[in-house]
Design a protein. Structure first.
Lengths: 204, 204
DNA sequence: ACCTGAACACCGTTCAAGT
DNA sequence: ACCTGAACACCGTTCAAGT
C-alpha cells in the first residue's frame, strides 16, 4: 500500500490530499511539509511531480473546475427537466458546490494564477465543454423556446453567471445574515433572471 | 517632514502606503520590511500601532469600505438623479471602484478576517450607514415609486448586490473576454435588475 | 514613539548523495 | 521515483537596550 506511492500514485494523492486540506484550512496556511508528513513521504518528494507549491495548487484548481463542470453537465443533460428547471437547478448546484468546498471555490475564482484557468478547457477532452459553455448553450435553448429575449447569448450567460457567482461569494464570505436567508435569496435571484429576460415583460 | 512620523502620522502613513502597495502587488507578497523600508522607519515600528500584519490590513480593509461607501452615498444623495438613474449609477460606481483597486477589493471581499467586517459599520459615526444599508434604502424608494415589486427589500438588495459583486469579481479575475465586453455586460445586468423586479412584467 | 541589532520559528526550495 | 539531511533566502514577530 505504501509501495503504491513509489510508482504512480503520489501525484494523484497530493492533489486529493490538498483538496482535503482545503476543507479544513485556507490555502495560505497549508504547508508542503504538512501535506507530505500526512502522506508519509519526504517534503522534497513533491518536486518529482510539481515544480512548486503553486503548480500543485494549479492542478487542484483544475480538478475543482472539472468537478464543477461535471455537476453542471449532469443537470444540463438530464432529459426529464424543462429549461426553466435546468436554469434553477444549475444555479442551486453551483451554489451548493461553493458552500461544500468554500476554500477550493475561493481558489478557483481568486487571483492565484489565471493563466491556467484559460487553459482549463483545452486541457480536457476535445468533445467537452467548459462550465460556462454549458450555460451559454442553455441560454441559447431558452431563447429558442422564447423563454429569454433574443440578444447576444454570451451577455445573458455572463449576467447569470455573475449573479450566481456573486450569491455564492456572499454566502461563503458575507454577513452571516445572508447565509440564514439562503433559500429565499436563491429564489429571489432566480426570479430576477427569469422575469428579467422574459420577452412578455417588455410592456413599460 | 521626517519628524512627523515620530508624532502621530505613522499609523496613517502605514495604511496609505499599504493601499498604494496593493495597487502594485498582491497582499501575500507585501512584506512589512518592504513597507517600512519605503517609509524609512524600522521594521519593528509597525508594532507600535498594530499588533500584527493582519491587523494593519484589517485597518486597510476598513478604509476600503469607507471609501466605497462614500462613493455610493454621493450617488444616493444626489437630488438630480431619478431612482432608476441612481440604481444604474451605483452599480457603475461600484464596479469602477473594484476595477480601480482590484487587490484592495479582493481583500475586502475575500476571507481574511471577517470579524472586522461585521464591525465595520458600528465603527463609523452613528449617523452613518453601511454601503449595503444605502442599497436597501434605495430599494425601498424604488418599491414606493412602484418601480420594484413589493417583496422583502433586503432580498432584492442582496440579489442586486450579488449581481454587481459578481460582475465586479468576474471583471477583475475572470476571462479577459469579459473585460472587453464591460459596457454591454453592465447594461445587460441593469436590464436584468429592472425588468426582473418590475411589477408590470407579471403577466405570464 | 520611535531606533538598532540580534534572534526565533517557520516557510518554500535546492542540492548532494543515496536506493 | 522516491529517500535523508543539510542548507539558503526570506518571512513575521519578539526582545533587549537605546533616545
Amino acid at each position: 500500500m505504501k509501495q503504491s506511492y513509489h510508482h504512480h500514485n503520489l501525484k494523484e494523492a497530493l492533489i486529493e490530499e490538498a483538496i482535503a486540506f482545503l476543507e479544513k484550512q485556507p490555502y495560505e496556511s497549508i504547508t508542503i511539509r504538512g501535506l507530505t508528513n500526512l502522506l508519509k513521504v519526504s517534503r522534497t518528494a513533491v518536486y518529482r511531480h510539481f515544480s512548486s507549491k503553486e503548480e500543485l495548487f494549479q492542478a487542484v484548481i483544475l480538478r475543482g473546475f472539472e468537478r464543477l463542470k461535471e455537476k453542471i453537465e449532469k443537470v444540463y443533460k438530464n432529459p426529464s427537466l424543462t429549461i426553466e428547471e435546468k436554469i434553477a437547478k444549475i444555479g442551486e448546484s453551483y451554489i451548493a458546490y461553493a458552500l461544500d468546498f468554500p476554500e477550493l471555490y475561493r481558489l478557483m475564482f481568486g487571483d492565484k494564477l489565471k493563466q491556467l484557468r484559460e487553459e482549463s478547457c483545452e486541457i480536457q477532452n476535445s468533445d467537452n465543454q467548459c462550465a460556462f459553455d454549458i450555460l451559454v448553450a442553455l441560454v441559447v435553448d431558452a431563447q429558442k423556446e422564447n423563454i429569454f429575449v433574443e440578444v447576444n447569448p454570451m451577455e445573458q450567460a455572463v449576467a447569470i453567471w455573475a449573479l450566481i457567482h456573486g450569491q455564492a461569494s456572499l454566502l461563503i464570505d458575507g454577513h452571516p445574515m445572508i447565509l440564514e436567508q439562503k433559500e429565499r435569496l436563491i429564489k429571489t435571484g432566480l426570479s430576477m433572471i427569469m422575469k428579467g429576460f422574459k420577452p412578455t415583460s417588455t410592456l413599460t
